[in-house]
Design a protein around this ligand. Structure first.
Ligand SMILES: NC(=O)c1ccc[n+]([C@@H]2O[C@H](COP(=O)([O-])OP(=O)(O)OC[C@H]3O[C@@H](n4cnc5c(N)ncnc54)[C@H](O)[C@@H]3O)[C@@H](O)[C@H]2O)c1
Length: 502
């Protein structure tokens, strides 16, 4: 927690303190120096295996002591990754009864998250649960309440919250106002595939005890009863980024979608287009005061305003892939899990230059009268053509001063599990905590409602309010480098242990 900050820490000190006090009912045991937290991995399909390979398997402060999956094929593959001491289970309830655990990592399908999360919390175990947190907003709220009652936490798999580049972008936006006032966002997740998985032809008798309908078990993503489709499988990651920037969930959403290409028996949309809108006031981290830019603007420029985000996800063209684009009046960010870029706005910079030049000319005229001439120092801060088009890369390094060990895209997965284990040991607050999970789910699930209505859905602010203070959903890492575009200074990320180990 030391280097995590949030606007709420500045503007709602009392709330932030209350947020910290939430965890007082959970009494963590004392961990010996170099002790590792004991975790079990429940659900080791694609994502569970990815975690074992890239996060859980590499983090130094945790060990995976047990693995659970209802499908023996995936259980056995996972066993090979974890090693012979790891105990294997088909039934997660048996695992929870038999194992002494500090935490669990849940990477089962969406429709199973709620019961497994609640059972783990009932056993007094901290949870990492893959996104999207739960199938309904009521279930998500139950999770937030249960965490408050028990003093445990649920960290949700919105791994961008642990991405050093995204953290740097958040810090630059909130602490340096580098984009000015964000007034528009766009995001897309475009791929060109059916999203369908092969169904194993041979299932053991034990597998069939748990797997009643193999097609729906392995292709759960394609069926509304089991999945929120593109909205809960892809969009919530990007809606989470928008929530993080704006300071809470959106106020309304309009949507259109359908099944227009992959007519193969699925009942989730294969294309969605939505417009989200956040209502911004001065209590939210997205709020930025602006100065008058022309004489026609009146005093209402500082009143609450709204920010829209257009969103699309399609399954029959991959050109734009996936990324989020954040537009401020002074500059823009293109954010993605690979490359993140900063684009100073040419019009804004030209405007600032002419203001500076006019001020300089006025000063010279003034000094001319007194016989002294001030020489022009105004610099053109616009980027040269190619740089303006391509933007400046938002680099991060483990050692900012020496520009050593450049960003590796596997860091966020490793960092999220190192932090998960560390927060268990230190009674910390995860950045991607249960409040973050709730806010992302609200955005995604209300999006589904808008799509089925083919219209607009208002989002009641009460859905994210409680009669206690839930953990802060706006935490990000402190960044100690200079800002992009200031060539003389280096910019990097404050070294941290996670990145250093990667
Ligand atoms: N954070 C990310 O970027 C990201 C990426 C992909 C998937 N995910 C999430 O990870 C989760 C799993 O997705 P996936 O792609 O690995 O799916 P998958 O179908 O490949 O794997 C799910 C596994 O869970 C097992 N399982 C199902 N029900 C179970 C139960 N009751 N108990 C134990 N095991 C059970 C299945 O047999 C399977 O092995 C989903 O919530 C998904 O949204 C997150």
């Amino acid at each position: 927690m030391d280097n995590q900050i949030s606007r709420r820490n500045f503007i709602k000190a009392a709330g932030a303190v209350a947020g910290v006090l939430v965890a007082t009912r959970f009494n963590p045991r004392a961990y010996a120096a170099n002790e590792k937290v004991s975790l079990a991995s429940i659900g080791v399909g694609n994502q569970g295996t990815f975690h074992l390979q890239n996060g859980l398997g590499k983090a130094a402060n945790l060990k995976v002591v047990a693995v659970c999956d209802v499908y023996s094929g995936n259980r056995e593959t996972a066993a090979q990754l974890v090693g012979p001491e790891c105990r294997l289970y088909a039934d997660y309830k048996e695992l929870l009864d038999k194992e002494k655990l500090d935490g669990v990592v849940i990477a089962t399908p969406f429709y199973t998250h709620y019961p497994i999360v609640m059972d783990c919390l009932d056993k007094g175990i901290h949870v990492f649960c893959e996104k999207t947190m739960c199938q309904t907003i009521d279930q998500c709220r139950d999770v937030v309440k249960k965490c408050n009652d028990t003093g445990l936490f649920v960290q949700v798999g919105h791994q961008r919250r642990y991405n050093p580049k995204y953290n740097k972008a958040l810090w630059l936006m909130h602490n340096k106002s580098i984009l000015g006032r964000v007034n528009h966002m766009t995001a897309q997740w475009h791929r060109n595939s059916a999203w369908r998985k092969p169904v194993p032809t041979k299932l053991s008798a034990e597998d069939l005890k748990f797997i009643k309908d193999p097609e729906r078990h392995f292709n759960w993503r394609l069926y509304q009863e089991l999945s929120g489709g593109l909205m809960t499988e892809l969009a919530t990651h990007q809606l989470d980024v928008a929530n993080w920037i704006m300071g809470g969930p959106p106020a309304r959403v309009t949507g259109l979608g359908g099944i227009n290409y992959w007519r193969d028996g699925r009942d989730v949309d294969d294309n969605v287009s939505l417009v989200y809108e956040w209502d911004i006031d001065s209590s939210m981290s997205g709020y930025k005061v602006i100065k008058k830019r022309d004489d026609h603007q009146d005093e209402s420029i500082d009143l609450p305003y709204s920010v829209a985000m257009t969103y699309s996800s399609i399954c029959a063209n991959s050109k734009m892939n996936y990324s989020e684009h954040i537009y401020g009046d002074q500059a823009a960010f293109d954010l993605s899990e690979g490359d993140c870029r900063f684009f100073p706005d040419a019009v804004w910079n030209a405007e600032q230059r002419s203001i500076a030049e006019a001020a300089e000319a006025a000063a010279n005229a003034e000094k001319g009268k007194s016989g002294k001439k001030k020489h022009g120092k105004t610099k053109d801060t616009r980027l040269p053509g190619s740089a303006a088009a391509l933007g400046l890369p938002l680099e991060v390094y483990t050692d900012a001063k020496k520009r050593k060990t450049k960003y590796d895209p596997t860091w966020p997965n490793l960092i999220q599990f190192e932090r998960f284990a560390n927060d268990i040991m230190t009674k910390g607050t995860p950045k991607a905590n249960q409040t973050v999970g709730l806010h992302a789910a609200i955005a995604g699930l209300k999006g589904i409602e808008a799509l089925s209505k083919r219209g607009t859905v208002e989002i009641d602010p009460a859905l994210s309010q409680f009669d206690f203070t839930p953990p802060d959903a706006g935490l990000y890492e402190e960044y100690d480098g200079p800002i992009p575009g200031q060539k003389k200074k280096r910019f990097g990320l404050k070294p941290n242990t996670s990145a250093a180990k990667a």
